[in-house]
Design a protein around this ligand. Sequence first.
Ligand code: NAD
Length: 305
Amino acid sequence: MAEIWNTQPTVDRLLSEAKSGAERLVQAGLIPKLTVVRVGNHPASRVYVQKKVQMCQDLGFGSDHLQFEESISESELLATIIGLNNDKTVHGILVQLPLPDHVNAEKILNAIDPDKDVDGFHPVNVGRLSIGQDGLFPCTPMGVMELIRDAEPQLSGKHAVIVGRSNIVGKPMAQLLLQANCTVSILHSRTQNPQQLARQADIVVAAVGRPGLIDADWLKPGALVADVGINELTDADQVARFTAPDSKKRSAFERNGRVLYGDVNFDSAMQVAGKVTPVPGGVGPLTIAHLMVNCIRAAERSRHE
Ligand code: NAD
């Protein structure tokens, strides 16, 4: 039986690194600042933004929240980004997605100065990551990498399987594990015999967006399993398939008509794996903690320009 992979010690370490980094910079006369740009009134993104802004304040550095009407034009938004790029008091810029349909999100994200790109989505940072240069890299895979390093200091030669090849999770995760000298396989929707490949892995990172896809059949005994997926289950049959009748998740579903579930079939994976991260409360907090680390890195980098 596996252990629930508690991500909190890694989260606490990252937050304390960000806090001490902020203190060092403030003592040297530089107040790190994150500016979050949000368009429209998507309720979930409002909550995410508030969380990020609050966390900056808790860690002792500055944050701003620029809120625009859904009707803002692409050129106005671009002008805002350029203004923030030129503002020396702003070290990190984050554009909260999704953006409205009339705005080309790629154009907006590509306009962010790569050295202020705390999400790490800019093509310059993607390139830096792939050739092993210093830069700002996506927060979810960076956080997961820290978690993996804390659990397994000897990563060299380990086989890591990543399920999913998105630009924001799967691909950067593969680059980070490769840099740590892992042998990396990326599985995706067209992969044949994915279970057979995944069963060879010492480390599995699931970033698919398909509830409960990865079960015991995908896992080698003792594997480390990081579940990035966040899926909202609203279907009673699906909930019955993945959760035990007396479980907390089942009662949460009965209360709210919805429950969050990962890409890993948790109960099944726990029969075989070594450690499995829970959803929610596993990878999510690592992502936001690494965003704080990226803000400090961006502020530190600005001193050497
Ligand atoms: P995405 O939709 O961009 O990519 C999904 C990937 O999964 C694709 O590359 C696709 O090829 C692959 N895929 C689809 N079906 C598959 C199958 N049957 N077998 C193997 N691979 C398959 O998703 P994303 O943005 O990478 O997000 C993935 C999940 O992670 C989502 O649930 C998302 O909500 C979650 N997420 C969580 C965090 C966090 O902080 N915890 C951050 C980002 C994303």
